[in-house]
Write a protein that binds this ligand. Structure first.
Ligand SMILES: Nc1ncnc2c1ncn2[C@@H]1O[C@H](COP(=O)(O)OP(=O)(O)OP(=O)(O)O)[C@@H](O)[C@H]1O
Ligand SMILES: [Mg+2]
Length: 323
């Protein structure tokens, strides 16, 4: 059976004055999958989401979302999608329950009270349901936002950095929600600055760099592009040069030495390089080996090598709220 795409864009472009925010975004998200848009700050992820959700009009290219043309059938697209981002608006003066009931009535959902109660329960907000949402914590607000975007049971859900700034427990809660949505057949497109998040949730990742998709593939495919990282630690700095030469020969990669740790590492795509062989060869060369490892790359390594910038994975990066 041919793949049906929930999101299919070709050459999508957007300029803001002299800033070329998107320069030809090609994206194909199969129905019922989770796609992660990953890229450095300013890459164009939010712009992509705003275009694909009809909040902005593209000035180049075209796209179909949930089976409808993004521009010519914008109203039909809007009916089939949900969005959560910095701009998803719940009213702080209203309680969580009132917010959701309001959304349900606005969207003419049958049984608005029941639907609101169901979503409050699902997102662990039942206890706080009758407090003004301005009193909610960041994580609770984010969950309420997500609940609001699900009122209409969208076919395609767009999440712009759904977990930025959340603590691990709140993040896990949102992750579970995304997994459940996928299990129900919802297509999810999410942007994230957490590589681990993309690794956990996404079937496919599109690495966005300077307004274009620079690489795409499953997390495993992207990691395979980078190769395995081989590293050895030797007992003294004098042995480093020789260890680097052996490692270079074994991996075919460019060895990088760390003189403080007495370690040298290199990337390999050679599947025959095993840990026993690495150890044997080092030993045969008379090197005082203290440690040796072969580890698959993390998405971090992928990000670094393919976009030339670091992803914000340590959680210490703070973002300015979008206007
Ligand atoms: N309304 C706007 N007016 C002018 N420039 C804009 C506007 N919106 C976005 N840009 C610019 O377009 C580029 C892409 O921005 P965008 O917000 O899409 O990036 P992003 O990938 O979401 O970044 P981040 O990771 O920081 O959220 C940036 O250079 C940004 O400054
Ligand atoms: Mg953004």
């Amino acid at each position: 059976m041919a793949t049906t795409y929930a999101v299919l864009s070709e050459g999508l472009g957007k300029r803001f004055g002299t800033v070329h925010a998107l320069r030809g975004l090609d994206l194909a998200v199969a129905e019922g999958t989770v796609c992660g848009l990953l890229g450095p700050n300013g890459a164009g992820k939010t712009t992509a989401v705003r275009l694909l959700t009809t909040l902005l009009r593209p000035d180049a290219g075209s796209a179909r979302v949930a089976g409808h043309d993004l521009v010519r059938e914008a109203a039909a697209v809007r009916k089939r999608i949900g969005v959560t981002g910095q701009y998803a608006s719940v009213d702080g003066d209203l309680t969580g329950r009132q917010n959701l009931r309001l959304f349900a009535r606005l969207h003419r959902v049958r049984g608005p009270a029941d639907r609101a109660a169901e979503l409050l329960e699902r997102f662990g907000l039942t206890e706080a349901a009758d407090r003004p949402s301005s009193t909610y914590s960041g994580g609770m607000r984010r969950r309420l936002d997500l609940a609001a975007s699900l009122i209409r049971r969208p076919d395609v859900l767009f999440l712009d950095e759904p977990t930025t700034g959340l603590d691990p427990a709140s993040r896990a809660h949102i992750w579970d929600a995304v997994r459940e949505l996928k299990a129900d057949g919802t297509t999810v497109l999410l942007t994230t600055q957490y590589l681990e998040e993309a690794d956990q949730l996404a079937d496919d990742i599109a690495l966005v760099d300077r307004g274009q998709v620079a690489h795409r593939g499953s997390p495993a495919q992207l990691k395979a592009l980078v190769g395995t990282l081989a590293e050895v630690v030797v007992a003294d700095a004098d042995s480093l040069e020789k260890a680097a030469a052996v490692l270079g020969r074994l991996t075919g990669g460019q060895p990088v030495s760390d003189h403080e740790r007495h370690s040298v590492g290199a990337v390999t795509t050679d599947p025959t390089l095993t840990l026993p062989r690495l150890v044997r060869e080092m030993d045969a060369a008379g090197l005082p080996l203290l440690d040796a490892s072969l580890r698959p790359p993390t998405l971090d390594d992928v990000f670094l090598r393919l976009t030339g910038s670091t992803g914000d994975v340590d959680g210490t990066h703070t973002k300015e709220p979008a206007a």
